[in-house]
Write a protein that binds this ligand. Structure first.
Ligand SMILES: Nc1ncnc2c1ncn2[C@@H]1O[C@H](COP(=O)(O)OP(=O)(O)OP(=O)(O)O)[C@@H](O)[C@H]1O
Length: 318
């Protein structure tokens, strides 16, 4: 029996690109006689509720449905968390059509980056594919969520926060140059971000850093719209990867940026890489956080990162 789709559309993803391409996506779905219902995200965070309610309402027939997130990594993050928090005995598979700005999960999964071939990888999929995702547990706030891409503390999170609050971003998005907002925020934040104390517990081993700068736990190599920050990470691997970069001076920072471009930064002295199924991080100062590009705000950190699995309705081999 053909599956039916509940489409959760974020018109705002990709600075409005999702809204612009939706009529063509809808036409394609109709041409292929796909049965679907549409839920439009009406406000920031609404996709979590839409997915959660849908899962609760279809707890008795989960096998007939796929929930399709149409947007960027943030939309997928929200949809996945809404579904996962419903705790169905048989979870409803999730699919993702990358029409956001960064689309890092599509890159990490090696699925098509443009929506037409990506839609075929979803519609021609014949069975759910259980993928490793990350689980983030905040012991201070007593909260937990899952992530497809990464959780960042420090530099990357401060860049996300600065770019989102920048008035310049609104203007640059309007003229379809939203990525420049991240570049300007990057330059600004890199100057202002201080090193902070961090304790890493991995595999019974403890490392203490007095001046951590960039701290990212990742499920695949990419962040920030295609930066290959953790080349060895993989969605098909039952582990997470952690990078800790110690606060560099300007000269070293340029060196690290060059080495990232060459994919050789993990060998540098001030760059530390961990590969494990369970990671515990403690940062006793208020630091910005981001999860799949969504802001977590500034807070103290005592968090566990583990792996879990969720069914995805995408076949990247098509
Ligand atoms: N109706 C809405 N009004 C304003 N913001 C919304 C609305 N619906 C969703 N959002 C917000 O849009 C944000 C961005 O979505 P998303 O991350 O999918 O796109 P993106 O940032 O362009 O892509 P990427 O994360 O891949 O770079 C999310 O944080 C989401 O909460």
């Amino acid at each position: 029996m053909a599956v039916k789709y509940y489409v959760i559309l974020n018109d705002h993803a990709g600075a409005g690109r999702a809204k612009a391409v939706w009529p063509a996506i809808e036409e394609q779905l109709n041409q292929r006689n796909v049965t679907f219902e549409l839920g439009r995200s009406q406000y920031a965070g609404h996709s979590i509720l839409l997915a959660h309610q849908f899962a609760k309402n279809h707890a008795s027939d989960p096998a007939n449905w796929v929930v399709l997130a149409v947007g960027g990594d943030g939309t997928l993050h929200q949809v996945l968390n809404g579904l996962n928090d419903a705790h169905l005995t048989t979870p409803i598979p999730v699919a993702y059509l990358p029409v956001g700005s960064g689309n890092d999960f599509a890159r990490g999964l090696k699925m098509a980056n443009s929506w037409r071939p990506a839609l075929n990888q979803i519609l021609d999929c014949t069975a759910a594919n259980w993928l490793t995702i990350g689980q983030y547990r905040d012991t201070i706030k007593q909260s937990s969520s899952v992530f497809t891409n990464n959780v960042g503390i420090g530099l990357d999170a401060a860049i996300v926060a600065a770019a989102n609050s920048s008035r310049l971003k609104v203007f640059l998005n309007r003229i379809h140059m939203g990525k420049l907002a991240y570049l300007f925020s990057f330059i600004n934040v890199v100057y202002n971000q201080q090193g902070f104390p961090l304790t890493v517990h991995v595999n019974g081993h403890r490392d203490i850093y007095s001046k951590a700068f960039l701290v990212t736990v990742s499920n695949h190599p990419y962040f920030g719209g295609g930066i290959n920050i953790l080349p060895p990470a993989s969605v098909s691997d039952a582990n997470l990867d952690l990078i800790v970069v110690e606060k560099p001076n300007l000269f070293k920072m340029i060196g690290i940026a060059l080495m990232i471009a060459l994919g050789r930064h993990l060998k540098m002295k001030s760059v530390h890489h961990y590969h494990a199924a369970k990671i515990h991080l403690i940062a006793p100062s208020i630091e910005y956080g981001q999860i799949d590009g969504e802001e977590l705000g500034g807070k103290y950190w005592d968090a566990y990162f583990e792996i879990t699995q969720y069914p995805f309705w995408i076949d990247p081999t098509i």
